[in-house]
Design a protein around this ligand. Structure first.
Ligand code: MN
Length: 310
């Protein structure tokens, strides 16, 4: 689905309203000035001056007005389910994971419930587009988010990760199992209240996701939607992404204390160097207990170690 947001003056908004006069529909939602429904595009104008174009025809329609203020134009193309209109204003549980690409440290998954009446609060707590957030910033705001919102955090430590990975679990399956568990926890916490939707930041297509968890006792299916870049579609996913990151950083801190220095994120050559250092100092078992052992970094570190021993 394509989402385009333009920032317009009140005058420009009026022009747009007139142009689509016949397609205006009633929409009583906070902050909405008017809404338009075309065959393939939904257009929503907000008091803030933003106009959002959603759907297959979004690009075509936005192009008519793109000059309104092209500097503010923001286009995001997401893959996944078509979301209900005004999705960002609904009560949603979002879930996201982190750590899957890092040699050191755990995989963490968080699910967070943000009901409609807390969306503003969550935004005020500093939830922005998570790609713009630094680790330090996330460390700062995550505890407030955790206090404000029902949530679940799962930290899959490396020893457990390595054990199930060796049993043949793919990363996709591991993630799917963790997401399902985290969602279950949050649903239980907020019961009998229910979210209007659950949005999973998509890492696998729906069919593949449910195939991964088909043997689970309880499978969360009701009103579950999948989308890539979901952190831009609802603050619940943005919050989940921040909390998952926070949990990841906490575990990295713990492992860093064991190593005696801060561990490098990612899976670069710097990581290989660091791994070789830990291997030499503490031995294979210790290194294994803080890494995703099946990553190519292990063999690279082994080679570095052999060179050093020679
Ligand atoms: Mn994600």
């Amino acid at each position: 689905m394509t989402n385009i947001v333009l920032l317009c003056t009140a005058e420009q908004q009026q022009k747009i309203r007139q142009y689509y006069e016949k397609a205006i529909i009633e929409r009583k939602a906070p902050g909405v000035v008017f809404a338009i429904k075309l065959a393939d595009t939904a257009i929503t104008a907000y008091k803030s001056g933003k106009i959002m174009f959603q759907g297959a025809g979004a690009e075509r329609e936005a192009a008519r007005w793109g000059k309104a203020d092209s500097s503010a134009a923001k286009t995001t193309t997401t893959k996944g389910d078509k979301l209900p209109e005004l999705f960002s204003t609904l009560s949603v549980i979002g879930s996201d994971e982190t750590g899957t690409g890092d040699y050191f440290g755990p995989v963490t998954v968080a699910a967070v419930y943000v009901p409609a009446d807390k969306i503003k609060l969550v935004q005020q707590l500093g939830v922005k587009d998570s790609k713009q957030l630094t680790d330090d910033y996330m460390r700062k705001i995550a505890p407030d988010l955790m206090k404000a919102c029902p949530h679940s955090i799962l930290t899959l430590r490396n020893d457990k990760y390595n054990e199930i990975q060796a049993r043949g679990y793919s990363q996709g399956k591991i993630k799917a199992l963790l997401h399902n568990q985290a969602l279950k926890h949050v649903l239980t916490k907020i019961s009998p209240e229910k979210p209007q939707y659950i949005l999973i930041d998509q890492f696998a297509e729906r069919g593949i996701y449910y195939n991964h968890i088909k043997n689970e006792k309880e499978i969360v299916r009701e009103n579950v939607l999948f989308s890539t870049k979901a952190e831009n579609l609802h603050v619940a996913v943005a919050a989940a992404s921040i909390i998952a990151r926070y949990a990841f950083l906490k575990e990295m801190d713990r492992l860093g204390k064991i190593a005696g220095f801060a561990l490098q994120k990612g899976a670069s050559a710097k990581v290989d160097e660091m791994a070789a250092k830990i291997w030499l100092k503490f031995g294979e078992d210790t290194l294994r207990s803080m890494t995703k052992w099946h990553f190519a970094n292990t063999e690279k570190a082994r080679k570095l170690l052999q060179k050093r021993k020679r």
